[in-house]
Design a protein around this ligand. Structure first.
Ligand code: SF4
Ligand code: SF4
Length: 83
C-alpha cells in the first residue's frame, strides 16, 4: 500500500486585475512553483512544489497574489484551551 502522508498543496490565488506582470513573485519563489506566460503574467506551474513560505505574497507590491494554507486541522488542535 502506498504511503498516504501526502500534503495538500495550498491554494494560490493570482488576482490578475491587480497584477502588473512585474515577475517578482516568480523570481522569489524558492521552489519554482510560479512561471510567467508570454505576457509576463504569473501562473501556477507546479502547485505540488509549493511549501507555503508566503514569499510570493509578501513580495508582491500590488497585493495580487495570496497563498491560503489548507491546514485547518493544525489550528483546531492547538486551540484546545488547555491552560
Ligand atoms: S508560497 Fe512560497 S513556494 Fe508557494 S508559490 Fe509562493 S513563493 Fe512559491
Ligand atoms: S509580484 Fe504581484 S504584480 Fe508582480 S507579477 Fe507577481 S502577482 Fe503580479
Amino acid at each position: 500500500m502506498p504511503d498516504s502522508k501526502k500534503k495538500k498543496p495550498p491554494n494560490i490565488d493570482i488576482f490578475k486585475a491587480w497584477c502588473k506582470a512585474c515577475g517578482i513573485c516568480a523570481a522569489f519563489c524558492p521552489t519554482g512553483v510560479l512561471a510567467r506566460d508570454e505576457g509576463g503574467y504569473p501562473y501556477v506551474k507546479e502547485p505540488d512544489k509549493c511549501i507555503s513560505c508566503g514569499w510570493c505574497e509578501i513580495r508582491c507590491p500590488d497585493f495580487a497574489i495570496t497563498v491560503k494554507k489548507k491546514d485547518k486541522k493544525d489550528r483546531a488542535e492547538r486551540d484546545t484551551g488547555d491552560i
